[in-house]
Design a protein around this ligand. Structure first.
Ligand SMILES: Cc1cc2nc3c(=O)[nH]c(=O)nc-3n(C[C@H](O)[C@H](O)[C@H](O)COP(=O)(O)OP(=O)(O)OC[C@H]3O[C@@H](n4cnc5c(N)ncnc54)[C@H](O)[C@@H]3O)c2cc1C
Length: 358
């Protein structure tokens, strides 16, 4: 949105960006950072620079409440700000991550800071060290390979065990059987332990506990489970779906409050798709276009989610697996493709962020 409004501003419209992260980490490169293939700086999109380019005011803070009737947004420790049109694009967090036990993969900035402490504790600890990753979707699988490389491959902790745990019968429920087989075999070859049909209820007293009573002793847990919505939306009066995500129509406009739009993970679409960046990114131009239309009193256009989408999964050994249309391919070239794509994505926005405001 910032890029689009920077390229073609709407006269008389004042933009404000509210964000916790003025430099926003890109999740697609997070497993590469965990594996030690990228420095943290390489993941960051300069949101403050994009705001500057768009001529937007920047509020660095966390939205914690919304009154869609008074049209105000509450920011932690900073009072409220008013709006005529609000776009809520706050993403999601893992649904099973109890704040005190273990480490949630999102918010990414918190995760990156805390991961270093956990790895340092792992290095200095005595005896065997087991790190569990809960969630066998794309993020959990990539992070298992990444942590394995960081802990064992680097020689930092050769006796460490990486354990990938999920409640489904297999990893990557939404991907092709061929991709599932390839990656299950890669996990086994690397010595990454896989526990399926393990419905985790909690991490207590050094044990990962399942609904059926099974227990596995582990030292620490990384939560990469399904997406959950921010709890503060529940009191907002906005129409939400059963999971607490903002119910929008095909134009990304709130079903209950026409002045509110939502896109990305936090939006519950009429034609739902998995919570993945490939959809969030494609919604961006539609969101920007529709907010422009709403301001100009023009009809809004629908977002049509793609039926097939590409997933590129890194195995943290300079190889990756590609999956689309039920096909699967693997190799060094897939990693080079993913790396090129990801860097181009981040660098593209950062190049815009360096441009002077129009
Ligand atoms: C490890 C990992 C790897 C992934 N890899 C891929 C991949 O390769 N391909 C893919 O398609 N998807 C991937 N995903 C999923 C992807 O991260 C999300 O679908 C995508 O980021 C959603 O984009 P978004 O803009 O909705 O939210 P986000 O990217 O989460 O951005 C939301 C932003 O809002 C900020 N924010 C949140 N709450 C507040 C608040 N209350 N106040 C102010 N600011 C706030 C956050 O700090 C963040 O900057 C991955 C996820 C993980 C965890």
């Amino acid at each position: 949105m910032l890029k689009a409004f920077g390229e073609r501003p709407v006269p008389g419209v004042r933009l404000t960006l509210v964000t916790r992260d003025v430099r926003t980490p890109y999740s697609g490169m997070l497993p590469g950072f965990v594996a030690g293939l990228y420095a943290y700086d390489e993941l960051l999109i300069d949101a403050a620079g994009l705001a500057r380019y768009a001529g937007a005011a920047l509020v660095r803070g966390e939205a914690i409440g919304l009154d869609p009737v008074a049209r105000t947004l509450a920011i932690r420790d900073q009072g409220t700000i008013g709006y005529d049109i609000l776009s809520i694009d706050i993403g999601s967090v893992p649904n099973r991550a109890p704040a005190a036990a273990g480490l949630a993969v999102k918010p990414i900035a918190d995760f990156a800071a805390r991961l270093d402490r956990i790895l340092a504790a792992a290095r200095t600890g005595k005896g065997r060290f087991t790190m569990a990753i809960v969630g066998t979707g794309p993020a959990g699988v990539e992070l298992a390979f990444a942590l394995h490389r960081r802990l064992e491959g680097s020689g930092q902790r050769p006796d460490a065990t990486v354990l990938l745990v999920g409640r489904d019968p297999e990893i990557l429920a939404e991907r092709s059987p061929r991709t599932r087989r390839r990656l299950t075999a890669s996990l086994a070859r690397r010595g990454i332990r896989l526990e399926t049909l393990f419905d985790v209820t909690g991490f207590e007293e050094g044990e990962l506990r399942a609904a059926d009573g099974r227990r596995i002793p582990v030292d620490t847990v990384l939560w990469a489970t399904e997406s959950a919505a921010a709890p503060w939306l529940r009191n907002s009066g906005l129409a939400l779906d059963a999971g607490g995500f903002i119910a929008v129509d095909a134009t990304l406009r709130s079903l209950s409050h026409p002045a509110v739009f939502a896109a990305g993970d936090i939006a519950a679409l009429p034609d739902p798709r998995p919570k993945a960046g490939v959809f969030a990114v494609r919604q961006g131009p539609v969101l920007a276009g529709n907010i422009r239309h709403a301001l100009e009193g023009a009809p809004l256009e629908p977002y049509r989610p793609q039926r097939h989408w590409l997933t590129l999964l890194s195995t943290a050994d300079e190889r990756a697996v590609a999956d689309k249309w039920g096909f699967s391919a693997e190799g060094r070239w897939v990693w080079r493709w993913k790396d090129w794509n990801d860097r181009r994505f981040v660098d593209g926005y950062n190049a815009v962020a360096r441009q002077p405001p129009r």
